[in-house]
Design a protein around this ligand. Structure first.
Ligand code: HEC
Length: 186
């Protein structure tokens, strides 16, 4: 499933209410745009744009088209059932988790320059270099049990009790993106 272009960059996801919209869709399951707006207070523009993104990415489908010329008729959308417990899966979700839980030390782009990095010994490595050395299974061990789990310092905290296993997978997937940036991201 591809990432919808502009679907949830860090700022849009958190700031224009997409997170709220997503949570609302999970509860409603079947909804129209006016319903989403009534519950979330999001602007018509943002709600429409986000639903369109999710539709293109295959998270949402149309159950019934709006009947033209019929007052109060709206397109009915349905959230596809297996989209997971918290948020859309994959890179976008991993990025959101990374920014939330990891960036204070690792930096937004994983370059080891988070605001907390300078207090740490050893400091967080630059992922663009360090992630080439080991396999994703090794990163997962660190994310789950902390850097101490692989015999390194205790500086990278364990997340296995805080985050769901699917979140750990999403983070590993996102680290793979950081480790292999596409030419545009370099
Ligand atoms: C409190 C600061 C801090 C936070 C928060 C933190 N880390 Fe770390 N992380 C570190 C430090 C420091 C190291 C280097 C530890 C060492 O080499 O002993 C590290 C190392 C790592 C490594 C090993 C990289 C390599 O190949 O060398 C991975 C993977 C990693 N962190 C992932 C994460 C993820 C994912 C999160 C968020 C869920 C996270 N870290 C949150 C400080 C942090």
């Amino acid at each position: 499933m591809g990432r919808p272009k502009g679907a949830h960059t860090r700022t849009t996801w958190l700031e224009d209410g997409r997170w709220t919209l997503w949570q609302c869709m999970r509860v409603l399951r079947i909804f129209t745009l006016p319903q989403l707006r009534a519950v979330t207070g999001c602007s018509a523009h943002n709600a429409k744009r986000y639903v369109r993104c999710l539709e293109q990415a295959g998270y949402v489908r149309r159950l019934r088209e709006r009947q033209r010329g019929v007052a109060g008729s709206h397109t009915v959308f349905a959230l596809i059932e297996d989209t997971g417990p918290v948020a859309p899966r994959g890179q976008t979700d991993g990025k959101r988790l990374f920014v939330h839980y990891c960036a204070t030390c690792h930096g937004d782009a994983g370059q080891g320059d988070g605001q907390n990095a300078y207090n740490l010994d050893p400091p967080p490595p630059d992922f663009h270099e360090s992630l080439k050395v080991h396999q994703p299974s090794y990163w997962r061990q660190i994310i789950e049990g902390g850097s101490v789990a692989v015999g390194r310092s205790p500086q990278c905290p364990p997340w296995g009790r805080t985050l769901a296993s699917s979140d750990l997978d999403a983070l590993v997937a996102y680290l793979e993106v950081l480790a292999n940036p596409s030419p545009a991201q370099k």
